[in-house]
Design a protein around this ligand. Structure first.
Ligand SMILES: N[C@H](CCC[C@H](N)C(=O)O)C(=O)O
Length: 294
């Protein structure tokens, strides 16, 4: 056994994140460890962000992302902000270049404590999302749930932010939908061969939106950063909003997303430290630090 690794329990506007320090070691956080940590109310999380030594010159660290069901994710915007907050507190550095399975991304902590992550460029091709069958126009695909003649949710926009997203547009309160019931059905719908993150979005003005997300591999969460990016890109593509939008999420927190002219999507928001401990990356057995330093 390679020994225990330090971790910090954090959150990105309510998205429950464990930042695991796997630097200087060759093993990875296992699916079994993720499931064990998620089974404990104190360490219940949406994503683990495991910081590993860099694999590519020009990057500071490789970040491995796990969902609470133990599966891997290619992107996690709220988790990346927590990683930045942890590393900035440790090093005093403000800007970082990371590598994930989805590619290289830059992030920065601002003087006011908010953190921006460059989430890269969106992809719209049906094979990129991926979808199981060809759709020429992914601004709106044929998919519905509920009674055939009166669907509850229908015609989502789909987009890849490195990970797959479907955005269902609604005119009324996002809380009036049973996302806990429809989420799992849509996440696992055969149209999404790699499953998908499912978001319902209500555009409230050209610069504001309310979203709720059922996350692939994690279920209902208080916020989902990559879904916020996907929703803004899809809203701008369908002329529902402009390219700079503030989003309100179920945790009550706000995220800001800007789809820049160079096609990069910038996610900005807060990240909060809760407590620290150490854990066994192969089993998930853990202990809280007695005297926690932020
Ligand atoms: N909470 C994350 C998204 C996790 C996505 C993950 N559920 C998947 O794609 O499997 C975020 O802030 O972007």
């Amino acid at each position: 056994m390679a020994g225990t690794a330090p971790f910090a329990k954090m959150n990105g506007i309510g998205n429950e994140i464990i930042v695991a320090d796997m630097r200087g070691r060759a093993d990875r956080v296992t699916a079994a460890a993720a499931i064990t940590l998620n089974g404990d109310t104190a360490t219940k999380f949406d994503q683990i962000m495991a910081i590993h030594d860099a694999r590519t010159p020009g990057t500071a660290f490789f970040i491995d992302i796990l969902n609470s069901d133990g599966t891997g994710a290619q992107a996690c915007g709220n988790g990346m902000r927590c990683v930045v907050r942890a590393l900035a507190a440790e090093t005093g550095q403000k800007t970082f270049t990371f590598e994930t399975v989805a590619g290289i991304l830059n992030a920065r902590e601002h003087d006011d404590g908010s953190i921006s992550v460059d989430m890269g460029t969106p992809r719209f091709g049906w094979q990129d999302i991926p979808l199981a069958e060809e759709f020429r126009d992914t601004r709106m695909i044929e998919l519905q749930i509920g009674p055939i003649d009166a669907p509850v949710l229908h015609s989502p926009s789909v987009v890849s932010m490195g990970n797959p997203h479907a955005i269902f547009w609604v005119d009324n309160d996002v809380w009036s939908y049973e996302l806990d019931r429809f989420g799992p059905l849509l996440e696992n719908h055969p149209i999404f061969p790699e499953r998908a993150n499912i978001t319902i979005a209500q555009v409230t003005s050209p610069g504001t939106m309310v979203i709720r997300t059922w996350e692939r591999g994690a279920g209902l969460t208080k916020a989902c950063g990559s879904a916020a990016c996907a929703a803004v890109v899809a809203a701008a593509r369908t002329r529902r909003t402009g390219r700079s939008v503030t989003l309100v999420t179920p945790g009550g927190g706000e995220l800001h997303v800007e789809w820049r002219d160079d096609d990069h999507v910038i996610l900005t928001g807060a990240a909060e430290w809760e407590f620290s401990g150490s854990f066994d990356p192969s089993t998930g057995a853990w202990a809280r630090d007695t005297e926690s330093a932020a």
